[in-house]
Structures are given as structure tokens and as C-alpha cells.
Design a protein around this ligand. Structure first.
Ligand code: SAM
Ligand code: SF4
Length: 365
């Protein structure tokens, strides 16, 4: 391609081929990319990073994604579910420390008992925190009715990663059965959009069999779907999963970090007003990973508020950091990372996706 990074970055619409070119930039080209992404972030969403207190509600999962440490068939972990009181305690901590938002994440469960419990919990959180806390759910694929009930009970945002936007690649990374289809994942995202959530999705970066063209396709997918928020980060191998067998096919740690930061930077440029997370997986592979992501465009971070005694049983991948840190330590350390990137924490602010705000003001619902 007879292009330079500067003239691609000036274009109003960056094509998939051009995105692929940007993902392949060398160190010097990447610096230009990161600098522009940083300017776009500053101009369009400002220099605040919003906390979303992460509550890993349960590691019980009915699915068997080939990459995930808490997949149903992994017998290494003790399965747990937090009590309502444990969730409320974490929610109170978030409120008392001005986080303004929490994320409730879990393995996928679809029983009536589970969906009812979440609905009740949402109402309790709303009462307990006088509606001050915004709640994001990340509880996998559910029916339209369930999504609606949870929304009515007070959930505002929903995160459901597409994982990879290429359907053939998706099929290689999941069991070949009706519980794991790319089509169902896409339909679930459409239902969430229809139910008026702020909709977040994301992908893993550096998976076996994944190409740079696939990653360029992922960024185009976010843009075509007109998504409000994105959480993406490097794939990290876990020895108790079937995908571990292909670990020799994945890019090096440094390459996965580099690709992840480039993905954040390009996304900030092509979707300037969405929320983008600096994910834990980035920090797992590089102690400055989240700082780099914040500089290159990320504006959301998820401090872990799961009671420490459960964390060893929610290991999606190896070497997950800070599993023993109490919430106060995590908060202080993240604050330090955010300041090191020259930003400040948006304490007491919901930090809703501006992109979503625009959709609302255009009377989409
Ligand atoms: N069960 C829900 C779901 O799958 O949407 C939410 C929880 S799931 C643990 C959250 C995310 O963890 C997944 O969307 C996936 O992208 C990520 N994840 C799982 N295994 C991973 C791995 N080995 N490396 C990096 N991310 C991983
Ligand atoms: Fe379950 Fe989510 Fe892990 Fe898949 S990624 S096995 S759905 S927890």
C-alpha cells in the first residue's frame, strides 16, 4: 500500500485495508498513531478515567469456551457464587469511594433461579445506594425477556464480547454445538441494543489462528455495529484449557501487548466518543500495559472488588495480577497508573458513553 501513517490518519473514513496497515506499523509509525489517538481522546472524551468496580459474581458456567479457565469442564476450581450480602458490601464500597459504577460479571447461567436472583440483587443495589450507582452486567447470552427484566430492575449497561468477529475463527475457538454459536452471540448483541442498554462488546487479541486481517475486521465490526463501549485485551493462555495445545501459534507477549495498544488507539480514532476499557489482561502481560492503553485512548478501568477469598477461583487465564490485593490497595495503585498517564480519576461521575448519549438525543428509543 502506497500510504503513510499521517495521510491515513487524516482521512474521514479509514478502510479495513488501512486499519490492517496501521496494525502492522513499526515502532516509529506506532508513536505517531498513539500521539494522534491521545489527541483525539483529549478532544473528544477528555482526560478522565472512570472506575467500574468489578464484582466476579460466580464462576459457575454452563459453557466450555476453549480458551477460558473457568469453562464448565475445568475441575480445578472450586465453584462459588457470592451471597447477596457480599455483593451489597462491594457495592457499598464502590459508592463510599465515589466509583459511581460497578460491573457484575459471571460465568453464563440461564436458570430461573439465577435470573431471578440477579433481578432481586439489582433492585437491592438500587435501594441500598439510592440509585447513585450505575450497574453494568456481563452475564453472557440471555433471552430478550431476561435482558428486559434486568434493565427494568436497574441495569444500565451490558458487556458481551463478540470474542472474535470472524465466524470461522469463532467456530475454531468454541465447541461445535448449539450452545456456542457466533449467530447467537450476534443476536444477543442486537437484543441488548433493542432493550436500550449501553452496549459494550470486545475481542481477544493474539489468539491462535487469528490474523491481522481478523483484527482489522474486529475494529470494523465495532464501527458497523455502532457500539457504545469496548473492552478488549490480549488472549492469555491457561494450561487447563483445550486451546493451550496451540500456545506455540500465538504471538509473543510483547507483540500481543503492542497489538492490543494499537487496537485501542485505532478504535479511539475511528470511534472517538465511545468508552474504551484498559483491561486487566493488558496489565497481566505488561506492568505498564494499562498506562499505555490509557495514553492511547482508553478511558475506563475496572478495579477488582471481588472478596479476595474467591479470586483464586476466577482465573480466566494464567498470572492474573493483584489477586490478593484488598480494594484500597487496588484503588491506590490504579490511581497511580492513571496519574502516570497524565489523566485523573473521574470520581463521583457515571462516565456514560458519550456515543450512547448521542443515540439517546437522536430519539433512538
Ligand atoms: N461469561 C460471560 C461471557 O463470556 O460473556 C462473562 C464472563 S467471561 C469470563 C469475560 C471475558 O473473559 C470473555 O468475554 C473473554 O473474552 C475473556 N476471557 C476468557 N478467557 C480468556 C483468556 N484466556 N484470555 C483473555 N481473556 C479471556
Ligand atoms: Fe463461560 Fe464466559 Fe468463560 Fe465462556 S468465556 S467459558 S461463557 S465464563
Amino acid at each position: 500500500m502506497n500510504q503513510t501513517v499521517e495521510n491515513i490518519l487524516q482521512k474521514k473514513f479509514i478502510t479495513r485495508d488501512e486499519i490492517q496497515f496501521l496494525l502492522s506499523l513499526d515502532k516509529k509509525g506506532s508513536e505517531t498513531l498513539f500521539r494522534l489517538a491521545h489527541e483525539v481522546k483529549t478532544a473528544r472524551v477528555g482526560r478522565k478515567v472512570y472506575f467500574r468496580g468489578l464484582i466476579e459474581y460466580s464462576n459457575i458456567c454452563a459453557k466450555n469456551c476453549l480458551y477460558c479457565g473457568i469453562r464448565m469442564d475445568n475441575s480445578r476450581y472450586q465453584r462459588y457464587t457470592l451471597s447477596d450480602e457480599e455483593v451489597l458490601e462491594a457495592a457499598r464500597y464502590a459508592c463510599d469511594n465515589n466509583f459511581a459504577s460497578i460491573v457484575i460479571q459471571s460465568g453464563e447461567q440461564n436458570s430461573k433461579a439465577f435470573t431471578d436472583t440477579i433481578e432481586n440483587l439489582l433492585r437491592k443495589i438500587h435501594l441500598e445506594t439510592k440509585g447513585e450507582l450505575h450497574v453494568t452486567l456481563s452475564l453472557g447470552e440471555q433471552t430478550e425477556e431476561t435482558y428486559k427484566r434486568w434493565h427494568d430492575a436497574g441495569a444500565h449497561r451490558y458487556l458481551l464480547r463478540i470474542e472474535v468477529s470472524n465466524p470461522e475463527l469463532y467456530a475454531r475457538l468454541h465447541p461445535n454445538d448449539r450452545r456456542h454459536t457466533h449467530k447467537a452471540r450476534l443476536e444477543a448483541l442486537s437484543l441488548l441494543r433493542k432493550t436500550a442498554y449501553q452496549v459494550g462488546t470486545g475481542v481477544m487479541i493474539g489468539l491462535p489462528f487469528q490474523t491481522i486481517s481478523d483484527l482489522a475486521g474486529d475494529l470494523c465490526f465495532f464501527r458497523d455495529f455502532d457500539i457504545d463501549m469496548v473492552g478488549m485485551g490480549p488472549y492469555i493462555e491457561h494450561e487447563d484449557t483445550p486451546l493451550y495445545e496451540f500456545r506455540n501459534l500465538i504471538p509473543s507477549v510483547a507483540e500481543r501487548v503492542d497489538l492490543s495498544i494499537k487496537m485501542v488507539a485505532i478504535l479511539r480514532i475511528i470511534m472517538p466518543d465511545i468508552n474504551i476499557a484498559a483491561t486487566t489482561a493488558m496489565q497481566t502481560l505488561d506492568s505498564r500495559g494499562r498506562e499505555k492503553a490509557i495514553y492511547a485512548g482508553a478511558n475506563v478501568i475496572m478495579p477488582n472488588l471481588t472478596p479476595v477469598k474467591y479470586r483464586d477461583n476466577y482465573l480466566l487465564y494464567e498470572n492474573k495480577p493483584n489477586v490478593k490485593d484488598q480494594p484500597d490497595e487496588t484503588r491506590k495503585s490504579l490511581e497511580k497508573h492513571i496519574r502516570a498517564a497524565g489523566d485523573e480519576v473521574g470520581y463521583g461521575e457515571w462516565g456514560d458513553s458519550r456515543h450512547f448519549g448521542k443515540r439517546i438525543s437522536n430519539n433512538e428509543y
